[in-house]
Design a protein around this ligand. Structure first.
Ligand SMILES: [Zn+2]
Length: 281
């Protein structure tokens, strides 16, 4: 891990931050902004955009031409600093988002990837840096299948308990391992336990990421069995719903089995499975 070095993408993000007058170093200026706790609301702007048909971004591993989705990285604007995470996607009348946290784990991530591949759908994986560093091939497989890889910190700490410099290290190291392995920096960030604070929102935005929480918690981390997980997904299904599951952190065989049931169910019910675009939320 070259965690003490800046990757090219990180340099660009930091340059963009500097150009926009945003503090790009820990504890520098940005912390004194007012941050009255805002209402917990989903994204204000309509998410828009076609579901699941977004062109893949170029990746060094996909060997595709540089005509992918979105503006050139050097022209990307940083997201605004939110006061609440995005909970669901607006403007997705018939689409849902599946997310898997804490991995990758060689026991559970591969069968999840196989099921997603079987039905030709894209999902989001919020990976922990330490897991990603141990399983780079799985990270590469996610990227090659077109899934979005989000940042879930290095070792899954409770962020509000961390000082800003430690929080930055947790998030930035994870950005770096994702970019080193996949060739693309993450554009999405999810705080462990859904525990956000002002520093977490600020650092995520400075590093080019939007904060995504979830609409439906499958509670799969309690290992309730596949049937219970399926029941929760069915009960919570709806337009723009973001489903939280886990592909690591315990026995996730129930999560793996449940996906094999609820994914075809959702598709038969007319839902598309999509992933969001950072630029339209
Ligand atoms: Zn987690």
């Amino acid at each position: 891990m070259k965690d003490d070095q800046l990757t090219p993408g990180r340099r660009i993000v930091l340059r963009a931050a500097a150009a926009l007058g945003i503090a790009a170093t820990a504890g520098c200026g940005a912390t004194d902004r007012p941050a009255a706790p805002g209402p917990t609301v989903p994204s204000g702007a309509p998410a828009g955009g076609p579901p699941a048909v977004r062109a893949r971004k170029p990746s060094t591993y996909r060997l595709q031409p540089m005509a992918g989705y979105g503006p050139p990285r050097s022209a990307r604007a940083l997201p605004r600093v939110r006061k609440a995470p995005i909970l669901r996607l607006d403007g997705h009348d018939h689409s849902m988002v599946l997310t898997f946290d804490d991995g990758p784990d060689p026991r559970y991530t591969p069968p999840i990837l196989r099921t997603l591949r079987r039905y030709g759908v894209r999902a989001m994986f919020f990976v922990c840096g330490e897991m990603a560093a141990e399983n780079p091939d799985l990270l590469r497989e996610m990227a090659d299948d077109g899934h979005l890889i989000g940042n879930h910190t290095w070792s899954h700490p409770l962020l509000p308990k961390l000082k800003r410099s430690t929080m930055r290290e947790q998030i930035e190291r994870t950005c770096d391992v994702i970019e080193d392995v996949t060739g693309e920096p993450p554009e999405w960030f999810r705080a462990p336990y859904g525990a956000w604070n002002r520093n977490a929102f600020q650092l995520g935005a400075e590093l080019g990421m939007e904060p995504l929480a979830w609409t439906v918690d499958t509670l799969d981390w309690t290992e309730p069995g596949a049937r219970s997980i399926v029941r929760r997904v069915r009960a919570g299904a709806g337009p723009g719903v973001v489903v939280l599951s886990h592909d690591a952190g315990g026995d996730r065989s129930g999560t793996v089995d449940a996906l094999r049931t609820y994914l075809p169910d959702l598709l038969e019910s007319g839902y598309g499975i999509t992933v969001p675009s950072r630029y339209t939320v």
